[in-house]
Design a protein around this ligand. Structure first.
Ligand code: CMP
Length: 331
């Protein structure tokens, strides 16, 4: 739960195969719910392995490393000011589970693209939070596997726990759809303004926390932020290339020939990240907000040389064309 954790350094040390499994095990094993809910550790580890194998390693951004980062960041928020003391063990396992599965089998392309091309996933989920619905479905389908169902041999896990767990996970993972972002700013304000978390606010707060973890890269140390920012742009550019190939309108920030890193990052931080994180300040490590402002300043002052160097680095991982090998949850 360190607030200056460097996921890229850990990745370098242990590699793709072990990264998500290792971060998940480290976070989950810190919690009481393993014993209070009778969680089977071998099956939990098997679930982590299955999860890791469903994250697409070829995505520069939406890969297992992003899931590990969002889980670790969610844990930092929960530990900040001991927020986690407000929640039951079922609630805590639900929010951590949501964080780690929230982008499982992400195809590296957006909801808007999937809907525009009438992709099978868009047909299945009626153009509604297509990716987030797929992530949630697949996470539960994996949990049904005998070797991965870490609740199946528990003597304390009850039907009402399972119902609460499922309901929370569905709300939190579907809440990571960016279309809810503006509503989330307002709801965070309502939840945190009276200094206490009522029972009916738990799901809203968990949605807000995992969404914040999903948007947290620009609050990290500058080299870590730059690495994530290059990866997200590399993935945007792959989508843009595919849109160009298909004669579609190229989505915002996806045109490799017409992206200004400084301008797009300043816009993203000033209009999306900062207004949200300012409202969430009570559950953030204080240094993260000041770092966000420092990173914004860095992006504002980016020189043409620095901009060009970043663009050259982004081009490298984006050299492979996008391939539609998305996982259909029911196949
Ligand atoms: P997604 O993971 O679906 O939800 C959060 C979105 O924030 C993510 O997709 C990206 O589209 C966007 N995002 C995250 N980090 C950055 C960044 N540094 N610059 C621009 N967009 C970002």
């Amino acid at each position: 739960n360190e607030d200056d954790f460097d996921i890229f350094a850990l990745h370098k040390k242990i590699g793709d195969d072990q990264l998500l499994v290792s971060v998940c095990a480290n976070v989950f094993l810190q919690y009481n719910f393993i014993s209070s809910l009778g969680v089977s550790i071998p099956k939990l580890i098997q679930y982590f392995r299955a999860l890791q194998s469903h994250y697409k390693t070829s995505n520069p951004y939406h890969c297992g490393m992003h899931a590990a980062d969002v889980l670790q960041t969610t844990n930092v928020y929960l530990c900040c000011g001991d927020v986690k003391e407000n929640f039951s063990d079922v609630e805590l396992i639900a929010v951590l589970f949501s964080a780690m599965v929230h982008d499982i089998a992400h195809p590296g392309i957006s909801n808007a693209f999937l809907t525009a091309v009438n992709h099978p996933l868009a047909k299945l989920f009626n153009d509604t939070s297509v990716l987030e619905s797929m992530h949630t479905s697949l996470a539960f389908i994996l949990l049904e596997r005998a070797d991965c169902n870490f609740f199946s041999s528990s003597t304390t896990w009850q039907k009402y726990h399972a119902d609460d767990f499922r309901s929370l996970v569905i709300q939190v993972v579907t809440g990571t759809d960016m279309k809810h972002h503006s509503a989330m700013i307002k709801s965070v304000e309502d939840i945190l303004d009276d200094g206490q978390i009522d029972d009916d606010e738990v799901a809203q707060l968990f949605k807000a926390i995992v969404h914040a973890a999903d948007l947290s890269n620009s609050m990290k140390d500058l080299p870590v932020y730059i690495n994530w920012m290059e990866r997200v742009n590399a993935e945007f550019w792959q989508q843009g290339d595919e849109e160009r190939r298909r004669g579609m309108t190229i989505s915002m920030m996806c045109d490799r020939n017409n992206t200004f890193i400084s301008k797009s990052q300043c816009g993203f931080i000033e209009f999306v990240v900062l207004p949200y994180m300012q409202k969430l300040a009570p559950v953030l490590p204080p240094v993260w907000l000041s770092r966000l402002e420092d990173n914004l300043k860095f992006m504002k002052e980016l020189t043409t040389d620095q901009e060009n160097t970043i663009k050259r680095r982004i081009k490298r991982p984006a050299s492979k064309p996008w391939a539609d090998d998305s996982t259909h949850p029911f196949s």
